[in-house]
Design a binder for this molecule. Structure first.
Ligand code: ATP
Length: 338
């Protein structure tokens, strides 16, 4: 539905050239929630702004439903832009207008007839759970409620895609959860494709189907969230997804434990977690596993478990136990190499 092909963007900052995007290619499929994660300055905002040409790429192609929008005339571009709604970190509401008018004014500017405006404002305020706030002003609302108004305003144009530029970054954790639940509902019930950028792993974990990791203007890794969480390849991705308690062990503890066995980090997906695999290796091999730390990450559609385990025993038996675990689809990693 949206394809960015080899997109680069260079800004001139005084005499300096900044390469905000370097040969970025991603494809967002209809109906999915696709997230881009990266630290501040990675290029996320520039990337999302290239999708509706708030920012024009220096090179590359931006295809919406197969049409390269960089070649469109103004009128044609306006039509394509109507398919795309956007929400921002700081809501961008008109302070002097009521909630109702914040949603209605852009529709009026677009030439939507008055009865239809009224129908849409009421419909989308209901969807975001703010029917009773139509007459309030933004200053009378909490941050979460303001973001709901901004979402209703975007939805009122009945877009096919919603772009979310750090929509939850200014919100506390509980309000963030509620807004993420709302985005999930919009995706599921209205069938709207969502493309979001964030620096928060929780956002990716809770609602995204696929993810791309950005660093210094480039995509360093992308894939299904479950794959990227269970088998992160790039060091930046690892630094985002690795559960610290499991994957980082103080040097002196590691040295002590390695005198009598091996220290391994086990990662397992939903199904494997139901099997008592540690009991199984104790029975099958001459080793004693002890659990040192662990945790479960809940993703949109499944869970991933992590365990830090010390396998005490003869090196040969340990190798056999590890091979057994791998055959059971458990990812086994040496902790000291992480
Ligand atoms: N209009 C601009 N003019 C000059 N440089 C810019 C402009 N917009 C962005 N940049 C530069 O491009 C790089 C990427 O910025 P961008 O805002 O896309 O990153 P980001 O990942 O969204 O970070 P943040 O979350 O802090 O906004 C930065 O070095 C930034 O200074």
């Amino acid at each position: 539905m949206i394809s960015l092909e080899h997109v680069s963007k260079t800004f001139q900052q005084g005499k300096k050239k900044v390469e905000a995007l370097k040969d970025v290619s991603i494809e967002i499929q209809k109906g999915e929630i696709f997230g881009v994660i990266g630290f501040s300055g990675a290029g996320k905002s520039t990337l999302i702004r290239c999708v509706n040409l708030l920012e024009r790429p220096s090179s590359g192609r931006v295809l919406i439903d197969g049409v390269d929008i960089l070649n469109l005339k103004k009128k044609e571009l306006q039509t394509v832009r109507r398919k795309i709604g956007m929400v921002f970190q700081h809501y961008n509401l008109l302070k002097t207008a009521t909630v109702y008018k914040n949603i209605a004014i852009p529709l009026r500017l677009e030439g939507v007839p008055a009865p239809e405006i009224d129908r849409r404002v009421k419909k989308y305020l209901k969807i975001v759970g703010l029917e009773d706030k139509a007459k309030s002003y933004p200053s009378e609302l909490s941050g979460g409620q303001r973001q709901r108004v901004a979402i209703a305003r975007a939805l009122a144009h009945e877009p096919e895609v919603l772009l979310s530029d750090e929509a939850t970054s200014a919100l506390d954790p509980t309000t963030t959860e509620q807004i993420l639940d709302l985005l999930l509902k919009i995706n599921k019930e209205l069938g709207i494709t969502i493309f979001l950028i964030t620096h928060e792993l929780d956002v990716i974990q809770k609602i995204c189907d696929r993810v791309a990791v950005m660093e210094a203007g480039a995509i360093v890794e992308q894939g299904r969230v479950v794959d990227v969480f269970s088998k992160p390849q790039h060091p930046r991705t690892r630094s985002f997804v690795r559960n610290k308690a499991v994957f980082q062990v103080p040097e002196h503890i590691r040295e002590e434990l390695e005198k009598t066995g091996r220290l391994v980090a086990l990662t397992f997906l939903g199904e494997s977690s139901k099997d008592p695999f540690l009991a199984a290796i104790t029975r099958k091999f001459d080793i004693l596993p002890s659990i040192l730390a662990g945790g479960i990450d809940d993703l949109k559609d499944q869970s991933i478990g992590n365990l830090l385990v010390h396998l005490k025993g003869d090196p040969n038996e340990t190798l056999k136990a590890i091979a057994y675990l791998q055959a059971e689809n458990i990812i086994v990693e040496e902790v000291n190499r992480l």
